[in-house]
Design a protein around this ligand. Structure first.
Ligand code: SAH
Length: 399
């Protein structure tokens, strides 16, 4: 699919599709050890306490929260329900701007938007917004970099920089919600058609969030759980997205999967399996040397039993590495009869890698064999590929 520009023509030297954000590059960056406190880091009781510390009545916490989670703004001058002299101190104390857009890329007629964010201490993270006719999905990062070292993943190559705070995770979704509310993402009426000529018809809400950007969400458990709560609690506590529409994707950190099951949330768990046998998975997902395929799947089935949610198995199809018919059969027999769905992802090759996506015939045979075991399977669409949509590739190219 050709890359199309979503907005203004690029400045000199910018790659096609890149939108330069004026005033961002070259700005002095103050190194900070930890991101400053943001209201999204705190449950409502903590926000009320923070507001009271500023000498304001506690109900201002709910007013500020409505601005951020319901109207997607952190701008003091837009908060006309707050007394004029209280706006700036409250916004400065509880709504610091945690992320600055460094680059924005668009494709699919503007319905796929990828943002490269810079944190206050200079780390780069990515989020992607994908608008479909019936939903809007945001793919968010949970860490700057990743420590899991999966050799086919761009983020895995660079190692872990640090965990993102709850506020930094939530800010990615709020930014997408703001773009949608402002009518800046064209609607899609049916496959490939752009619709919504009036700005009114063009607005939409973020309906789904997937933790499939940079990082291993379950290695940043507390902050990710805080983000899940902020995303799914109703306004003003949070954004009011359905728990069922949130997916946490993991390499398979078994104790953390058990912990998540005990939270009794209705979020979907995705397990990045990529191989049905330990020998291959030890190399593709190195943490498999600690928790084997059988342990990871047992944890997943316990999660399904505790939550009633279908497990999503992620499997990147890599030509002649993990796409053999016998591996499809092995996977099919591991998953047959379980509450599960397999998501096959054609490998998006990272720069310099010798690996590539499977041949179409091998991919079809893989699907056929899983289906023969009665296992539901889909092949993921590859939206955003031309804007380095997969996992860390934009950040890698910016370094
Ligand atoms: N660390 C988490 C979430 C981030 S990655 C996890 O591993 O689940 C989201 C998904 O994209 C994972 O299934 C990951 O294995 C997959 N992925 C990473 N790099 C990829 C690539 N180059 N091509 C296809 N899928 C990739």
């Amino acid at each position: 699919m050709p890359l199309t520009l979503a907005s203004a023509p690029e400045a000199d030297g910018a790659p096609a599709g890149e939108i330069l954000i004026p005033g961002v590059k070259g700005r002095a960056r103050r190194p900070v050890a930890k991101p400053p406190r943001h209201l999204a880091d705190l449950p409502m009781a903590g926000r009320r306490a923070a507001v009271a510390e500023l000498g304001q009545p506690a109900f201002r916490a709910s007013q500020l929260s409505r601005h951020f989670f319901g109207r997607y703004t952190d701008q003091a001058d837009e908060m006309s329900d707050l007394p004029r002299d209280a706006r700036d101190p409250l916004a400065q104390a509880l709504l610091p701007r945690l992320l600055t857009a460094e680059r924005e890329l668009a494709c699919d007629g503007g319905t796929t938007r990828k943002t490269l964010w810079r944190t206050l201490d200079g780390a780069l993270v990515e989020s992607v917004l994908m608008r479909y006719p019936d939903r809007v999905t945001m793919c968010v990062s949970s860490q700057a970099g990743c420590g899991m070292a999966c050799p086919f993943c761009a983020t895995g190559q660079a190692g872990l920089t640090r965990n993102l705070s709850t506020g930094e995770i939530v800010a990615q979704v709020v930014a997408g919600a703001r773009l949608l509310a402002d009518g800046e993402v064209p609607g899609v009426t049916s496959r490939g058609d752009r619709g919504g000529s009036s700005p009114q018809a063009n607005t939409a809400r973020v309906s789904n969030v997937v933790f499939m950007g940079m990082g291993e969400p379950l290695a940043n458990y507390a902050n990710v759980l805080g983000a899940v709560r902020r995303l799914t609690d109703p306004v003003p506590d949070g954004m009011g997205i359905s728990q069922r529409s949130v997916t946490v994707s993991t390499v398979g950190l078994v104790p953390a999967i058990a912990r998540l099951a005990a939270e009794r949330l209705s979020v979907t768990l995705a397990v990045s399996l990529h191989a049905p046998d330990d020998e291959l998975r030890d190399t593709l997902v190195p943490v498999n040397r600690r928790w084997k395929v059988s342990e990871v799947l047992d944890a997943a089935w316990s999660y399904a039993a505790a939550t009633g949610r279908r497990i999503s198995i992620e499997y990147a199809l890599i030509k002649d590495v993990n796409d053999q018919a016998w591996r499809a059969d092995r996977l099919g027999s591991l998953l047959a009869g379980k509450l599960v769905h397999v998501n096959l992802i054609p490998l998006n090759p990272t720069p310099g890698s010798q690996w590539t996506a499977s041949r179409p015939a091998d991919q079809r045979e893989f699907v056929r064999r899983l289906e023969a075991h009665g296992v539901p399977v889909t092949v993921r669409d590859t939206r955003g590929r031309e804007i380095d949509g997969a996992c860390g590739q934009l950040a890698a190219s910016a370094r």
